[in-house]
Structures are given as structure tokens and as C-alpha cells.
Design a protein around this ligand. Structure first.
Ligand SMILES: [Zn+2]
Length: 276
């Protein structure tokens, strides 16, 4: 059955169309519609990558390939780290750390340093799928060890514990039972104290390691855009780490600093803060 109201409406649309109503006035470039389909495939793959990194199970073969990849890149990082320590007036051998695959974490896109070793999780190995990207990650962690951040955080935690314990004792002497809450808070605050600053320093010093290891340092800032695509949840958070946009900017500035030093024929050594 026909509805009588449709006819006048479509006639109105046709009239508007013919009148050239509300059309753009500039001439956008012509492109092949097939090119859009191709780009769509590229961007779909990009969008799905973060999910895939975390959700695809690891085969023994892939894990073995990751071990191999780390074993190939690690000597470059170690040598560069030793050179940087020498440039900073320290014993190069004291900056020798082992780099290995973390076998117990198959879920988190992560890498970490414990003061003597560096670990990379399998999801991070998948994410850092070029040597320059993996070089960025490894150099950052190596810098944490070079700069003694783990030990510094432990000292801060102990200082926090001491302060918290005193605060608990004072509270207790005044008749308040804190149940040790203030010493726990102290440890927590001690660990968090300067944490984003240590991360900034690891990004900064790490880029020097990366340059000395012969990687393309221009790739380092880009890693943080890729990281936002792969793991958007934490990208704009601040707390223990600077946000991804801040890390991009800091690395980009550090890259310019290193490029200037190389052009000027200067030794690659991080700038030291003026004494206060
Ligand atoms: Zn870090």
C-alpha cells in the first residue's frame, strides 16, 4: 500500500538538491575510493593491535624468538651503557646489567629494572616490534639502573617508614591507635616521592644510551604515540609516571639536545643540574 505523504517529501529533497543548497564551495582533491579502502584496512589493523598484543597466546616458538631478539640487541645496550658511565666519569664495568625476557608476565605491556637486571614482558616485546622501539624501551630501563633509581626509591621508602613509625608512636602516646597506618603511608609516600622525576631522568639518560648504541633516537618519541594507540587507558594519567604526551615532548627535546651535541662534536654525556 502506498503512503500518500512520501511523494511531496522526496520532491522537496529533489528540489533542494537541484538548487545546489548547502553544498561545499571548495574543490577537495580527487582520490581513488580504493585508496580509502586500503587505508581503512591499515587503520583497522592499527586499532586491533593493542587487543591482539594482549590476547593472542604465546607459542614456545615465539617466546624463543623473543629471547633471541633480546640476546642480539642486549650487547649493544650494555656496551653503550658502559660507555655512558665512562663519559660520566664512572667505572664503565660498574654499569653492566643483564637484560632478559620476563617469563611470568604474559599480560602486561611492561619492562622494568631491579637495580642489577632488566626484564621485558612478552607483550612489550610484541609491541616494540622494531629494533629502534625495543632499543628505546631497553635504554630507558638501563638508565634506571645506571642512575641507581631502585636504590634511591628504597632509601625513600625507608625514610618514609622511619617518619611514619615516629608519627604512629606520637599518635599512640596521645591515645590514638593508628594500627601502623602512618608507617604504611610513609612507605607508600616514600616510594612515590620523586617517582615521576626518576621516570623523566630514565627517559632523558636513556636516550643518551640509545644514541650511543647506534639506534635512531628520532623513533623514541614516536613510541609514546604508538603506546597510546596500544594502551589508551593509562596514556593521560599522571602519578608514578609522566603522561604519554609529556614523555613525547621530553624525548623530542632530548633528541634535539643530542643532535646538537653530535653536530658540535661534543662528548655524549647528559647535562648535570647546577648545584643549588
Ligand atoms: Zn621507567
Amino acid at each position: 500500500m502506498k503512503t500518500p505523504r512520501k511523494q511531496p517529501l522526496s520532491a522537496l529533497f529533489l528540489a533542494l538538491w537541484l538548487a545546489g543548497c548547502a553544498q561545499p564551495t571548495t574543490q577537495t582533491p580527487y582520490f581513488d575510493p580504493g585508496a580509502v579502502a586500503q587505508e581503512e584496512a591499515v587503520q583497522r589493523a592499527y586499532a586491533e593491535r593493542g587487543q591482539e598484543i594482549r590476547n593472542t597466546p604465546y607459542t614456545e616458538q615465539e617466546l624463543a624468538q623473543m629471547e633471541q631478539r633480546l640476546a642480539t640487541l642486549a650487547p649493544r645496550i650494555v656496551k653503550a651503557g658502559q660507555t655512558l658511565c665512562g663519559n660520566m666519569g664512572r667505572d664503565p664495568q660498574s654499569c653492566t646489567y643483564t637484560i632478559r625476557l620476563s617469563t611470568d608476565d604474559h599480560k602486561n605491556l611492561n619492562a622494568y629494572a631491579n637495580g642489577t637486571e632488566i626484564f621485558v614482558t612478552p607483550p612489550m616485546m610484541r609491541f616494540a616490534n622494531t629494533n629502534d622501539k625495543l632499543g628505546t624501551v631497553l635504554s630507558h630501563e638501563y638508565a634506571h639502573n645506571i642512575m641507581g633509581h631502585v636504590q634511591a626509591k628504597q632509601r625513600n621508602a625507608m625514610a618514609g617508614l622511619a617518619l611514619g613509625t615516629i608519627a604512629d608512636m606520637i599518635a599512640s602516646s596521645q591515645g590514638y591507635n593508628t594500627g601502623g597506618a602512618l608507617s604504611n603511608l610513609g612507605v607508600d609516600q616514600g616510594i612515590r616521592a620523586f617517582s615521576p622525576d626518576f621516570e623523566r631522568e630514565a627517559d632523558y639518560v636513556g636516550l643518551y644510551v640509545m644514541a650511543l648504541a647506534g639506534f635512531d633516537i628520532a623513533e623514541a618519541p614516536k613510541l609514546w604515540r604508538d603506546m597510546t594507540a596500544a594502551d589508551p587507558e593509562g596514556a593521560f594519567l599522571t602519578g608514578s609516571h609522566p603522561s604519554n604526551p609529556e614523555r613525547y615532548i621530553l624525548l623530542d627535546h632530548t633528541k634535539n639536545e643530542i643532535v646538537q651535541k653530535v653536530k658540535a662534536g661534543q662528548m655524549l654525556v647528559p647535562n648535570v643540574r647546577p648545584e643549588t
